[in-house]
Design a protein around this ligand. Structure first.
Ligand code: UDP
Length: 325
């Protein structure tokens, strides 16, 4: 059985939907930002906090858990600058509690959701895993701290782990049964689509004076289903003993500017956006684009979906409208 912590969130719920096809799954989520209705009914569900060691100890005693996949975290750069305590508590201290309970119960396999924000402002066109990790905000630092903890735990306690550094997750499940449902929403693609549905009066483009061809920031958008598939490959590599520990980027290898994303949304939806150009948002690097060659060579993963497909799947989900928790 696999424990998915944060399985009611955006990326976690997509992973669970794939994983239940081949494994028994138990989800732990405190529903602070996740939604019970996003969790596939075939998974067991426990509402609880990953910072609560008693809850965790009970889980590990009650279920025969062979691996933990950890998605539960706060993930907004701006908020992390305003409330660093929240980020170090939830993302670092609570993860430490989870790892402590795992070690106590002899569970040795761990998959960790990390981020491109661990790199800071890289000075290269394509970021590989060898780039220095110099995060520029508490969110990125909190994720990097956990990566460092994992490395020490691997040495001391024989923990086996895979760190997956996501670039910009986007899109929705092809069924449109689950998708992105943040409140408040801060991410570019859902904001554009909400606007095109008439739920927002306009879109703000944060900064037009970056050192990029059209002056707006460039990001690497990766379909959430591609992310889910990478997790399953990583899990199987750990469970089979083929991999002990590794760190991989997950991206498409292609960068799109904010303007290009808006253009693509207009094309896919056939609707026209009202755009306002504003100042930069603090903490945004000009360009973040991954190379995912390492995971391709080692686990055979590569992104299958491009930007248009990502947006088309998200559009189907947003048009349907998300109801309730
Ligand atoms: N962005 C924007 N307007 C918005 C939301 C985002 O111009 O309303 C820009 C943001 O500055 C960044 C890119 O879109 O350059 C992607 O931002 P998002 O918050 O989706 O992801 P992040 O890269 O911060 O993880």
């Amino acid at each position: 059985m696999i424990l998915v912590v944060g399985g009611a969130g955006y990326i976690g719920s997509h992973l669970v939907k794939e994983l239940v096809e081949t494994k028994e799954v138990v989800v732990l989520d405190n529903l602070s930002t996740g939604h019970r209705s996003l969790v596939d009914r075939r998974a067991h569900f426990v509402e609880g906090d990953l910072g609560d060691k008693a809850v965790l100890d009970k889980l590990f005693s009650n279920y025969p858990i062979e691996a933990v996949m950890h998605f539960a975290a706060n993930s907004l750069v701006g908020e992390s600058v305003q409330h660093p305590y929240k980020y170090y508590q939830n993302n670092v201290a609570n993860t430490l509690t989870l790892l402590h309970s795992m070690i106590d119960h002899g569970v040795k396999n761990f998959i960790f959701s990390s981020t491109a924000a661990t790199y800071g402002i890289p000075n290269v066109e394509l970021i590989d895993e060898q780039q220095p990790t110099q995060p520029i905000n508490p969110y990125g630092r909190s994720k990097l701290m956990v990566e460092q903890i994992l490395s020490d735990f691997a040495d001391a306690y024989d923990l086996h782990y895979v760190v997956l550094r996501y670039f910009n997750a986007a899109g929705a499940h092809e069924s449109a049964e689950i998708g992105e449902a943040h409140d408040p929403e801060t991410h570019l693609i859902p904001i554009i689509l909400q606007h095109l549905l008439g739920q927002r009066p306009k879109i703000s483009v944060f900064g037009t004076d970056y050192d990029t061809p059209d002056g707006t920031c460039i990001r690497d958008y990766i379909h959430v289903t591609d992310l889910a598939r990478a997790h399953i490959l990583a899990l199987n590599a750990l469970l089979s003993g083929e991999k002990k520990s590794a760190t991989y980027n997950l991206g498409n290898g292609k960068g799109y500017s904010v303007k290009e994303v808006i253009d693509t949304c207009e094309r896919v939806t056939g609707r026209k956006a009202v755009i306002e150009y504003t100042d930069r948002r603090p903490g945004d690097p000009a360009r973040l684009v991954a190379t995912s060659e390492k995971i391709y060579h080692e686990l055979g993963w590569k992104a299958e979906y491009g930007l248009e497909e990502i947006i088309a799947s998200a559009w189907k989900w947003h048009k349907k409208g998300f109801i309730g928790k």
